[in-house]
Design a protein around this ligand. Structure first.
Ligand SMILES: Nc1ncnc2c1ncn2[C@@H]1O[C@H](COP(=O)(O)OP(=O)(O)OP(=O)(O)O)[C@@H](O)[C@H]1O
Length: 470
């Protein structure tokens, strides 16, 4: 920050400030002794020692000049040792960021670095100030490696498309991209500044889980965002609590990190989605559609409610085992087509007298067999919940108010009714079969979201068409 010199003042208006005593408040009647501005306004010592500190120093020493360049350079990047790119990058090809340094050079695209916000696979996210508008923003400084650069260019293309063509009025809970530029070989993406992510919120809540009401508020917004994505034929591919951010301390949220997103026609990568939120079709090596995001959404819904991940797999094998133990075997149509099925299952043919045809049957490999064949050491992993079905896990979760005996019988009944609707909602998202898994348009009609009375399992309307007008 470069501070303008203080306005010229009449010398008589000021007393020299030398000691703390000089800055102590004077008795009202002794106003002649107080400093005044050139307009004759009395100055408060508190203000002179806080917001006007630079001016106060200048009064003490007219030679004093404040320039941000003289501030100590606090490093934000670890490791900070120069290794590449003329010493600007560290060994991980991350730009070594310092507080009070600049990103960008051109007028209107100059950002003062204030603090670090997060670190991800693609690079670092820092809090900055736009020097023209003074707005505080979040800047993702992408690693100086072609693969990350190209993938992040994709993030720019996708966000520009979503922001401009599908959500021009910023109503659909999708992160806003404000600017992008290259700084010393690093692609920089300038985003609106958001607050904590939903994992941090769960953690703040001591992993006790959120109320069904708050889960509903979040789910409604996420379904709105996923409806837009589906209309744009885009797949996020990395939906998880860490990629959902609160908009400063309100229940308004936004989806971030479109760095893995792709078009439904360009599903080239097979190793996608964070493991806990990875869909059965991706685990089995099948082709995939936007319905993989709906699986992740189901996992997130349950995690927000319980405070703990539903399927905390320690490996791909363990992930699939946990899903199958809770929800049963995937349909034959999936097992017959998945390219990775042979890794996880043994299969054999049996004669089906009804169809007069041989039928392929599948059996999941044991932990020992899988470990032997893949050189791993599979373990059962932690079980967070005593119950084994989704219904029982949700129904047996403690009701926080009941624990503190602040909940009436009526309230317990209401909560259990909410839970019945919530269970049915989650089951529609956690459908193993991507073909019949609910779309966002269908899920948002569920009574859990609309608030209608839930009386029986929700049956989706397969003709549900998008009624959205952009
Ligand atoms: N707009 C924003 N406002 C505030 N914080 C943000 C913003 N964007 C990102 N962050 C913070 O930076 C972290 C990393 O961001 P992001 O997920 O986009 O990076 P990434 O390198 O793509 O990460 P990943 O390893 O998940 O792919 C986020 O988890 C979040 O804490």
């Amino acid at each position: 920050m470069v501070v303008d010199p203080p306005p010229k003042r009449r010398a008589s208006g000021f007393r020299r400030v030398r000691t703390v005593h000089d800055l102590q408040p004077r008795v009202e009647g002794n106003s002649a002794a107080r400093r005044v501005t050139s307009d004759g306004i009395y100055l408060s010592p508190l203000r002179q020692l806080t917001t006007n500190l630079v001016e106060t120093y200048h009064i003490c020493n007219p030679q004093f000049r404040y320039e941000s360049a003289h501030n100590p350079r606090r490093v934000l990047t670890k490791p900070s040792k120069p290794a590449h790119n003329d010493g600007y990058d560290n060994e991980d090809y991350d730009y070594v960021l310092y507080v009070n340094d600049w990103l960008g050079t051109e007028e209107g695209h100059k950002y003062l670095i204030l603090d670090i916000l997060g670190q991800g696979t693609f690079g670092q996210v820092v809090k900055c100030q736009n020097m023209k508008t003074h707005e505080i923003v979040a800047v993702k400084v992408v690693k100086n490696k072609p693969a990350y650069f190209n993938q992040s260019m994709m993030e720019v293309t996708i966000l520009e498309l979503l922001n401009k063509n599908f959500d021009p009025t910023d109503e659909h809970h999708i992160l806003r991209l404000q600017d992008s530029f290259i700084h010393r070989n690093h692609l920089c993406l300038v985003f609106e500044l958001l607050s904590s992510n939903l994992y941090e919120l769960i953690k703040q809540n001591q992993f006790q889980g959120l109320s069904t009401q708050l889960v509903k508020v979040f789910m409604a917004q996420l379904l709105d965002a996923l409806t837009v994505l589906k209309d744009a034929r885009l797949i996020h591919c990395d939906l998880k609590p860490e990629n959902i951010l609160l908009k400063s301390r309100s229940p308004q949220i936004k989806i971030i990190d479109f760095g893995s997103a792709c078009h439904e026609r360009q599903t080239v990568y097979t190793y996608i989605q964070s493991r806990f939120y990875r869909s059965p079709e991706v685990l089995l090596g099948m082709s995939y559609t936007a319905s993989i995001d709906m699986w992740s959404l189901g996992c997130i819904a349950v995690e927000l409610f319980l405070g703990l991940p539903l399927f905390p797999g320690t490996s791909e094998y363990n992930q699939l085992t946990r899903i199958i133990e809770m929800l049963g075997m995937p349909p034959l149509s999936m097992l017959n087509t998945g390219k990775q099925v042979g890794q996880f299952f043994d299969s054999y043919e049996v004669w089906n007298a009804h169809t007069s045809q041989n039928e392929r049957k599948y059996k999941m490999k044991s932990m020992e067999q899988y470990s032997r064949e893949h050189g791993t050491n599979e373990q059962p992993g932690k079980q967070y919940f005593k119950a084994t079905t989704l219904q029982d896990i949700i129904n047996t979760a403690p009701i926080p108010q009941v624990k503190s005996s602040r909940c009436s019988g009526n309230e317990v009944e209401k909560e259990m009714a909410n839970r019945a609707a919530f269970i049915d909602f989650c089951q529609g998202l956690l459908n193993l079969n991507p073909v019949t898994r609910w779309t966002p348009q269908q899920a948002r009609m569920h009574p859990f979201i609309t608030g209608e009375k839930f009386t029986k399992p929700f049956v989706v309307c397969h003709l549900a068409v998008s009624y959205r007008h952009y």
